[in-house]
Design a protein around this ligand. Structure first.
Ligand code: G3P
Ligand code: CA
Length: 237
C-alpha cells in the first residue's frame, strides 16, 4: 500500500486550539507530514491564520478580523476557548508559520479571501525553500494566483456533487491536487483525477472505516483533525 500524506487540518485541532502554532507543533510531533491552515488579512494587510471571518468563536474578543490591525491582535488570546492550559496562545501570522515550518514541513495554505491570496504570493517569494501549496474553493482566485505566480503549487477545493465539472475546473486552473469533501469521494472520481494528473486529498477524515475505504480507493493523502490517530492507522495498514 502506498504511503499517503497526512495533513493535520488546522493543525492537530482535535487536541489543541485550531490554527495556532501549538496545534501545528503538536501535529508535527504526532507524525503528520504537513498542516492545513486558513489565511485571512488584518486591517493593515498582514496575512494571519484564522478560519472564521470574526474572532468570536476562537478568541477572547469579538469582532470582524478585517477591522483589527496586527498590533490590535497582539493581546488576543486564541487558546483559552479550547482549554485553560492554552491561555495566551496567539493568532499566528503567516510569516511566523513559514519561519517555523522551514524547508521540510509541508503547508497547505487555504486562502479565504481574494486579497489575502495576492499578499500570500508576495510573502512566499521571501521563502523560496518552503514546501507550501495554496488552496481555495474559488476558481477565479486560483486562476489569478497561477497567473501571478506560475511557480506556485495549487490545490482545488471542492464540495460539489458534480465532481466531473469540478475536476475540469481544477485542471483548467493548473491545480496539481484536487481536495474533495471526503463523503463525496468515489473510486471513479479518484481514477479520473489520476488520469488527469491530479493528486487527491479529501477532507476531513477522522473515522477509521472511512479512512480504510479512501485508502482502498487510492487517495494520495487526506486531512484530519486527529493526525496522531490517523498516522497510527496509516503506519499499521
Ligand atoms: O482544506 C479543506 C477544509 O479546510 C475546507 O473547509 O471550512 O475547514 O476551511 P474548512
Ligand atoms: Ca480550511
Amino acid at each position: 500500500m502506498k504511503k499517503i500524506v497526512v495533513w493535520a487540518h488546522r493543525g492537530a485541532s482535535g487536541k489543541a486550539p485550531e490554527n495556532t502554532l501549538a496545534a501545528f507543533r503538536l501535529a508535527q510531533r504526532f507524525g503528520a507530514d504537513g498542516v492545513e491552515l486558513d489565511v485571512r488579512l488584518t486591517a493593515d494587510g498582514v496575512p494571519v491564520v484564522m478560519h472564521d471571518d470574526t474572532l468570536d468563536r476562537t478568541t477572547d474578543v469579538n469582532g470582524e478580523l478585517h477591522t483589527f490591525s496586527l498590533a490590535d491582535l497582539q493581546s488576543v488570546d486564541a487558546g483559552s476557548w479550547f482549554a485553560p492550559r492554552y491561555a495566551g496562545e496567539p493568532i499566528p501570522t503567516l510569516d511566523q508559520v513559514l519561519r517555523w515550518a522551514g524547508s521540510y514541513f509541508r503547508l497547505n495554505l487555504e486562502i479565504k479571501e481574494f486579497a489575502a491570496g495576492m499578499a500570500v504570493v508576495g510573502l512566499l517569494e521571501r521563502f523560496p525553500g518552503c514546501r507550501a501549496l495554496v488552496s481555495s474553493f474559488d476558481y477565479a482566485l486560483l486562476e489569478a494566483l497561477r497567473r501571478k505566480a506560475t511557480w506556485l503549487p495549487v490545490g482545488f477545493l471542492s464540495a460539489q456533487r458534480h465532481w466531473v465539472e469540478s475536476i475540469d475546473d481544477a485542471v483548467a486552473c493548473g491545480a496539481e491536487s484536487f481536495h474533495p469533501r471526503q463523503d463525496l469521494v468515489l473510486p471513479e472520481q479518484v481514477r479520473l483525477c489520476h488520469a488527469r494528473g491530479l493528486k487527491v486529498y479529501p477532507w476531513v477524515v477522522d473515522d477509521r472505516q472511512r479512512f480504510k475505504a479512501l485508502l482502498d480507493m487510492g487517495v494520495d493523502g487526506l486531512f484530519t483533525n486527529d493526525p496522531g490517530q490517523v498516522c497510527r492507522w496509516r503506519d499499521h495498514s
